[in-house]
Ligand binder design. Structure first.
Ligand code: ZN
Length: 200
């Protein structure tokens, strides 16, 4: 019986290995939707705005994805304003495997902190939740404070037809979160955890 179980698990291993080799060039196509831009600053702290933070992290992601098994496409590449409908239309033409909308949180309660991920309850819920969990695990491993995955009906999540998450990188209203959101090292560290959770 043990022998049969062993042979079965061996077959399973090879079938997984084979599945991986069938399509070695297929990269995971990820669209990064950096929130806000142009006249829309998003949330703000004294010295930094949400639109700048998410733009910086997006650029880091693009750089870090080189020579990896993921393709990163930036929806906005500069400080430009894109309406939510324009974002949805762009995403639809790109047909990505995953969309990550990047934002930073703000709360009237200065104690609120941590990375937070939202998904939409649509046909892609299972895949979206899978990626959301991967992201949070990656952050938690590096001692970022994380909050549970939540469902939400944000416009972009609701109007595109592919797996998608809205990733809030931390609270601008919280001192500890702001210290990493407003530092070059902190933003690069955030980007590294995102890439690590997607290319494994
Ligand atoms: Zn935002």
């Amino acid at each position: 019986m043990k022998k049969i179980a062993f042979i079965f698990s061996l077959c399973l291993m090879f079938s997984f290995a084979y599945a991986g080799e069938c399509n070695p060039d297929k990269k995971l196509r990820i669209v990064i939707d950096a929130g806000h831009g142009g006249a829309d600053n998003g949330s703000g702290a004294e010295l930094v705005t949400e639109k700048e933070i998410v733009m910086d992290v997006s650029k880091q992601l693009k750089d870090l994805a080189v020579n990896r098994n993921i393709e990163i496409i930036l929806l906005r590449e500069s400080d430009e304003y894109l309406s939510l409908s324009e974002r949805v239309e762009k995403i639809k033409t790109l047909k990505p495997d995953l969309v990550i909308s990047l934002h930073a949180n703000y709360s009237n309660n200065e104690e609120d902190r941590g990375v937070e991920v939202f998904v939409n309850k649509n046909d892609h819920l299972m895949k979206s939740t899978y990626y959301a969990t991967k992201l949070l695990e990656s952050f938690a491993q590096k001692d970022f404070k994380v909050r549970p995955v939540k469902a939400a009906g944000f416009f972009i999540l609701e109007n595109i037809d592919c797996p998608a998450v809205m990733l809030e990188l931390g609270f601008l209203s919280n001192k500890e979160d702001l210290s990493y959101l407003n530092s070059e090292f902190g933003k690069k560290f955030l980007a590294k955890q995102i890439v690590a959770s997607l290319d494994f």
